[in-house]
Structures are given as C-alpha cells and as structure tokens.
Ligand binder design. Structure first.
Ligand code: NAD
Length: 335
C-alpha cells in the first residue's frame, strides 16, 4: 500500500522543536508516514517573501493532511492571520478542540473530557465589513451566520458525539441579545438536535457557559458554537486541564484537514529547549484517529499519559524541570 504522505509545517518560534519531537514519536510508534515539509508564517516571509507561499498551499491541497506548528503573524497593517487564511482557503469549517485531564498536571480539575466544536469560517471572524472611519473614531465589523454553515457544524458535532460514544451536545449561543446571528444559529441547532434523539441536547447562553465551565465543568461533554465564542471557550477549557501546552486542535473540511497545537509560537521560550510538545503530539493523535489509525493513537496517548502521571522528565509548565528533548525521550522510551 502507498505510504500516507503528511504535509509538515514546522512553523515559527517553538514550532520546529515540538514538531520534530512529534515526528519522532509518530515514527517510533510505527506510523510509517512519508513527510513533505513546507514553510508558513514568519519563516516563510523570510524565505519566500510571503506568509503563506503558493507552494505551501499546493502541498496541503495535494496531500490533504497537514500537521502544523504554531505560526507568528507579524503585528501591523496588511497582515491577515495566517491561520484564518488557511481555514478559509481550504474551507476547514470545523475546529475540533478536545481537552482531557491528565493526572500529574497542575490543573484545577481531574475529570475533564470535553470537546469544543467551533464553527471555523463564519461568525465574527468572517472578515466581512471591517471598516474604521477616517477620523479613527468609528469601527465596524460584520458577523455572518448562514443556515448552511450552522447546519454543517451542528451536524458535525452530533456525528462526532455518536462516533466517540458521547452522550450530550450543548449548543452555546447569545440569541437573547444577538437575535439575528446567534438567533439563527440556535434555531438551526434545535432543528438538528431533533434529528438525534439518542443524544441529550442542551443549550446555554455563552456567559452562563463560562461560569458553568469554571464552577461545574464535569457537566459538559460536546460543546458546539460559533467562531468567536468557540475560540474563547476552547481556551477556557484548555485552562481547566493545565493550560495551552495540553490543548490540540483539528481544522477539518471536506476531504482536507490541518492538525495543530492551540497555543502560539511562544517567542519567550523559543530556542531554549523549554517547550512542552504535548499539544502537538495530541494533535497528531487526532490526526491518527482521523486517518483510522486508532491503535497507534491509543499507544501514543498511553505513553504520554504515563510520562505526565509519573512526572518522568516533564517540562516546567507541567511542574517538572526538564526540557523538550528529555520529555520527548521519556515518551519514546514507552513506545
Ligand atoms: P503563546 O501561546 O505563543 O504563548 C502564551 C504563553 O504560553 C507564553 O508564556 C508561552 O511561553 C507559553 N506557552 C505556549 N506554548 C507552550 C508550550 N508548548 N510549552 C510551554 N509553554 C508554552 O501566545 P502569544 O505569546 O500570545 O503569541 C505568540 C505568537 O503566536 C503570536 O505571533 C501569535 O499571533 C501566534 N499564535 C499562533 C497560533 C497558531 O499558529 N495556531 C495560535 C496563537 C497565537
């Protein structure tokens, strides 16, 4: 059988180190992938004069699966977020962010297992109608919700719940105030919920959801919501399990998917062998599950769980004293 080819984008800052660690883990687990490397972000701007070169887009298009390190978006006018560009270009409409408690972390909770499914192409991040008046005193932006987009993401959430044997889907909205956009999302969410009587369906206003996530997070299973709310809620969820170093994300469209860490390029610790590679390794686990390689995914999850639980060579953000390479070695020894 032909080898599965993965497009690998090492990215900026800590990206190359944590991606390198992840590739070692995938290889040691016997995944037998072939990798084709591409640049994006600041590295690409320096090497090719473009944050997202055409050659990178072409490679993602060809291989359909990409593993991506965090990218630095230069601050200033004229640079749109690279991640938003990639999500739009490939119509990666579902952003899937699971968080799971690992014993041995400094997290506040022990039994968290929540997936946030965030609509990834519409909402407040549609990029439409962004204007600032000439005097700089009046700014506008447009939020977009379509029936098609809402139905697609809510259906995706229920199908994920079924596939993963989960019990409950909570639609998060602000339909009491944002009557048009969030109102349409909630209306469609209710219609889709009615098609899945085997799954418990609940709905919650986003501000209450934030409080409930902090007070009683065990009540949540799958959360489905619009772009901006999902962005914020999924970081809140990452905080419940020990921070951004523990949070992966998958961007999934029709036939194309990009897997990444939720955190950024961490310029403050870049090049210092301090980064925790767990988020990208967990993103690679999501990739394996997407590719139907659940046995390999389980193996790697077991290895990383054991390293964190036993505190064997963990990184500083996990309460340890070790660096990226020692942590990776500890994972490799368990595979
Ligand atoms: P960040 O996530 O890079 O860092 C926030 C804090 O968390 C820092 O103190 C950092 O040291 C720490 N941290 C992050 N990842 C870590 C890891 N794996 N191990 C240990 N500590 C870790 O956020 P920021 O500083 O706001 O952003 C830096 C750059 O990253 C910006 O240019 C931003 O645009 C970009 N960014 C990219 C992505 C992405 O590509 N998906 C996401 C968010 C931010």
């Amino acid at each position: 059988m032909a080898k599965q080819i993965i497009t690998v984008i090492p990215g900026d800052g800590i990206g190359p180190d944590i991606i390198d660690a992840t590739i070692k883990v995938l290889d040691k687990a016997g995944c037998n992938f072939e990798y084709e490397y591409a640049d994006a972000g600041l590295t690409a701007l320096e090497n090719h004069g473009d944050l997202v070169p055409e050659s990178t887009l072409a490679l993602i298009e060809k291989n359909k699966i990409a593993l991506k390190g965090p990218l630095t978006t230069p601050v200033g006018d004229g640079f749109t977020s690279i991640n938003v560009t990639l999500r739009k270009h490939f119509q990666l409409y579902a952003n899937v962010r699971p968080v799971l408690s690992f014993k041995g972390t400094k997290a506040r909770y022990e039994n968290i297992d929540i997936i946030t499914i965030r609509e990834n192409t519409e909402g407040m991040y549609s990029g439409l109608g962004q204007t600032v008046s000439e005097d700089g005193n009046h700014a506008e932006a447009m939020s977009l919700v379509t029936r098609e987009g809402a139905e697609r993401i809510v259906t995706f959430a229920y199908e994920t719940a079924i596939k993963e044997g989960r019990k409950k889907v909570t639609a998060v909205h602000k339909a009491n105030i944002l009557k048009s956009t969030s109102g349409l999302f909630l209306k469609v969410a209710r219609e889709v919920a009615a098609r899945y009587p085997q799954i418990e369906s609940t709905e919650m206003i986003v501000d209450n959801c934030c409080m409930q996530l902090v007070m009683n997070p065990e009540q949540f299973d799958v959360i489905v919501t619009t772009n901006l709310f999902g962005d914020i809620l999924s970081d809140l969820c990452a905080g419940l399990v020990g921070g951004l170093g523990m949070a992966p994300g998958a961007n999934i469209g029709n036939g194309c998917a990009i897997f990444e860490a939720v955190h950024g390029s961490a310029p403050d610790i870049a090049g210092k062998n301090l980064a925790n590679p767990t988020s990208v390794i967990l993103a690679a686990i999501q990739m394996l599950e997407y590719l139907g390689m659940a046995d390999k995914a389980d193996n790697i999850r077991r290895a990383i769980t054991d390293v964190i639980e036993t505190g064997d060579r963990t990184t500083r953000d996990l309460g340890g004293t070790h660096g990226t390479s020692d942590f990776t070695q500890a994972v490799l020894e368990r595979l």
